[in-house]
Design a protein around this ligand. Structure first.
Ligand SMILES: Nc1ncnc2c1ncn2[C@@H]1O[C@H](COP(=O)(O)OP(=O)(O)OP(=O)(O)O)[C@@H](O)[C@H]1O
Length: 764
């Protein structure tokens, strides 16, 4: 803590700043009330205007013009109200905690004190009372140590001398902590922040961003930014701050809806949903991989990662693993590219297009059109040309059909309503014109399903085409009969409207390359959290689907929950080779902030010795490891829950899979505070939660109990990633319960890293 007088002066400045914010807030509140009245007023008048007599043509036109004008007025008023509401929200946040940092810098002999907070605040005399944390000069707060420092501005680098760096924790207008530091952001404040209890929502880390995290947040040069960070190193936090940073710096060109975050599940989306609003920004779009794929396979069910994981645990033969590895590789996606290149000279898998239960265009006819086009055309162009020809032929048919008797008959029997719907306000020079117009509309309507089918590429059979491709793609290390059986399985899946996860991205890639479709050019930034859950093939496809997007990809290879059983090798190297034309920046985070040092050190011991992982220096109890006979397992668990509940609002019981979670839930249900969390759960209640560890990815809990960490469940070396992920969800307390015999992964660890008990009585 600083000298009393300094503290007093700082509190006085806080008070002054808050006074100014308060004044501004009063003005804004008044403006907002006026704006609200104005909007209501216009709306009212707008309502009255529409009631004007509209029987006379001239009146009607006048009314239309007036209505248009009113509409515009309403839009302007609503926009104004929105702006004011935003300002009000920002000021209301600032009034509670106006800033968290101060830097004193000397430039050309002149020293200035700058205060840094979540948003800029300028007083009526144009003094910057608060600088936004994203302003160029604010980077000094995160990056610089005392002495000469340089910061980047749009006009180039600027050199200054950093004289002082001060940190604050201000709540309800009162300084709770204040200290000077020479470090990037000193440990003291971080200690205080990290020691707090968790919340249902993730918090922003704006006041305590660390140097490496700042590099992630402020990177503007990479097309592909890859962040490998140990569990709890702040990857997700940093990426959310990065989104806020990018939105601030590209206000004019970038909207939140031009950014998409791929998140691991809905629960996680909910967990992070408050960070951006707390920084005064709108949330970006969020999607899970399963949602993204299902959306692109309308009508088919795409296998999800969780189901596959559960299935793999029951049965996952060696050759199936080899085939899956291949399907998820760069090589497989390249094989698709090569296949598509030669597709211009081969028939492709078209469907007969049926209309009124007979083929209107047969696949043979469609292939004749396709193969009749020049062989040197690009596949996508060729497909489009084929589609255009089909549409042209359909139009020709419509032209012929309008003269047929059934159409004339139909016109004769049209009801008044249908006639009105077709003709609308239109006027015609002659009765013949009117007749021709209506006839065309009737025929177009009749053929609409066929037109839709062509428009939506239903004449292309992607599943069969994929099987044709597979037939050409058997790798040397797979026996041909095994490969063929796999192709039969793919066909069978398709019959049952199902797509397995490892086939999904390749099928879409093949479809898009052949049809030149499926690309979204509007998205400018993509963020992919938990990168270890994605295959290289999926990355290639996602990159293809969003060609203009810069990618930020983050994750932790030690938390490879879903593919550790069959994937080996260096994912990041493979990823970089899959993006040969992109500018790639890589950042590695090795310090873990989430848990106490004893928990982090325990987790670290599971990983290979050479793993770089540093625990943040926060004290806590050693993890508890309990071995219990099966018939006492529930009693042991209950004791442990009671013990932890005395200290924490939330205790998460994590299991290896859904089945164990479910069984446990059934055994514990009489207690109504226990919630079973499943894949479809969208928010986290407080109390006792039971969930499979893979649903806890990315989340954190005050206390974690790993249940059934036994020889039978975590017996293999490949279970290390699962166990590591489980352990690293805990912030303050961790207990592992092994039934009958503990997992050998735990017994192999140095006994100094945990406290152990053998039975219920000893564990209390
Ligand atoms: N600079 C920081 N200041 C304060 N808290 C931080 C900081 N960095 C990380 N944290 C905290 O550490 C915890 C872990 O952060 P986060 O969830 O972003 O890590 P992660 O690397 O995504 O973790 P994981 O891979 O294990 O899911 C969070 O509670 C976060 O608020």
């Amino acid at each position: 803590m600083l000298h009393k007088e300094t503290q007093r002066q700082e509190q006085a400045r806080v008070d002054r700043t808050i006074g100014q914010i308060d004044q501004r807030l009063t003005v804004i509140n008044q403006q907002l009330a006026n704006a609200y009245d104005e909007t209501k007023d216009i709306e009212q008048r707008y309502g009255d205007n529409t009631k004007v007599n509209i029987t006379e043509i001239d009146d009607r036109m006048e009314t239309n013009a007036a209505v248009q004008q009113q509409k515009q007025l309403v839009a302007v008023a609503v926009e104004n109200e929105k702006l004011l509401t935003n300002q009000q929200a920002r000021l209301s946040d600032l009034i509670n905690s106006p800033y968290f940092g101060r830097i004193d810098i000397t430039e050309d002999g002149e020293t200035e004190s700058l205060y840094i907070g979540t948003a800029t605040f300028i007083d009526d005399q144009d003094n910057f009372l608060i600088y936004d944390w994203r302003a160029p000069v604010s980077s000094i707060y995160y990056n610089g140590t005392l002495g000469p420092v340089t910061y980047e501005t749009p006009n180039g680098p600027v050199k200054v001398e950093l004289k002082l760096k001060r940190q604050f924790k201000i709540q309800n207008g009162q300084i709770e902590h204040v200290f000077d530091t020479n470090e990037t952001v000193g440990d003291e404040l971080l200690q205080a922040v990290l020691g707090e209890q968790s919340d249902e929502y993730m918090q922003n880390i704006v006041a305590t961003i660390q140097k490496k995290q700042n590099d992630i947040i402020r990177d503007t040069t990479a097309d592909l930014l890859i962040v490998q960070g140990v569990a709890g190193s702040g990857k997700t936090s940093a990426v959310l701050q990065r989104i806020a940073f990018l939105l601030y710096h590209s206000r004019r060109q970038l909207e939140a809806d031009q950014m998409v975050l791929f998140s691991p599940n809905r629960l996680f989306s909910h967990y992070i949903s408050e960070v951006l609003p707390s920084l005064g920004e709108k949330n970006m779009r969020q999607i899970t991989l399963a949602e993204f794929l299902s959306h692109r396979f309308t009508g088919l069910q795409v296998e999800n990662l969780f189901d596959r994981f559960e299935k793999d645990q029951a049965n996952f033969p060696e050759l199936t693993q080899v085939m899956r590895r291949y399907k998820e590789s760069v090589g497989f996606m390249q094989a698709i590219e090569a296949y598509v290149k030669q597709a211009t000279t081969q028939p492709i898998a078209f469907n007969d297009l049926y209309f009124e239960e007979r083929p209107f265009f047969t696949k043979k006819q469609i292939n004749q059109i396709y193969l009749g086009l020049p062989a040197n055309m690009l596949p996508g162009d060729k497909f489009r040309a084929t589609k255009n020809t089909l549409i042209k032929r359909l139009k020709r048919q419509i032209n012929l059909e309008v003269h047929l008797d059934w159409v004339a008959e139909k016109i004769d029997t049209l009801s008044d309503d249908t006639y009105r719907t077709i003709v609308g306000e239109r006027e015609f020079d002659s009765g013949d014109d009117e007749q021709a117009f209506i006839a065309r509309k009737i025929v177009q309507h009749y053929f609409a399903p066929l037109y839709e089918a062509i428009y939506n590429d239903y004449f292309f059979d992607e599943a069969t085409e994929y099987q044709h491709f597979l037939a050409t793609a058997c790798p040397a290390d797979i026996p041909v009969n095994v490969w063929k059986a796999m192709i039969r399985q793919v066909a069978d899946n398709n019959e049952h409207h199902f797509v397995s996860l490892s086939d999904a991205a390749p099928i879409l890639y093949l479809r898009d390359l052949l049809t030149d479709g499926g690309q979204n050019y509007g998205i400018q930034y993509l963020f992919i959290d938990e990168m270890q859950d994605y295959s290289i093939a999926q990355f290639i496809y996602i990159h293809h689907a969003f060609p203009n997007a810069k990618l930020t990809v983050l994750g932790d290879y030690a938390q490879d929950v879903f593919t550790a059983t069959y994937q080996t090798g260096h994912f990041i190297d493979q990823l970089t080779t899959a993006f040969p034309d992109s500018k790639i920046n890589q950042i590695s985070l090795t310090k873990s902030y989430r848990a106490t040092a004893p928990i982090t050190n325990f987790a670290k011991a599971l990983l290979p010795k050479e793993t770089k992982l540093e625990a943040f220096n926060r004290d806590g109890r050693l993890p508890r490891v309990i071995e219990t006979p099966r018939n006492q397992a529930l009693a042991t668990l209950t004791q442990e829950i009671l013990h932890l509940q005395a200290k924490h609002a939330t205790v998460a019981i994590l299991t290896k899979n859904q089945q164990i979670a479910h069984q446990l839930y059934v055994s514990l249900t009489p207690d109504e505070h226990v919630s079973l969390i499943s894949e479809t759960t969208r928010n986290l209640p407080k109390g006792i939660l039971i969930l499979p560890l893979y649903l806890a990815k990315g989340l954190e809990f005050d206390a974690v109990i790993g249940y059934d960490i036994s020889r039978t469940t975590f017996g293999n070396q490949t279970d290390t990633d699962l166990l590591y992920t489980l352990i690293t969800r805990a912030m303050h307390d961790l207990t592992l319960i092994g039934i009958t015999a503990l997992s050998p992964l735990i017994t192999a660890l140095p006994a100094t890293l945990y406290t152990s008990s053998q039975s219920v009585k000893q564990s209390i």
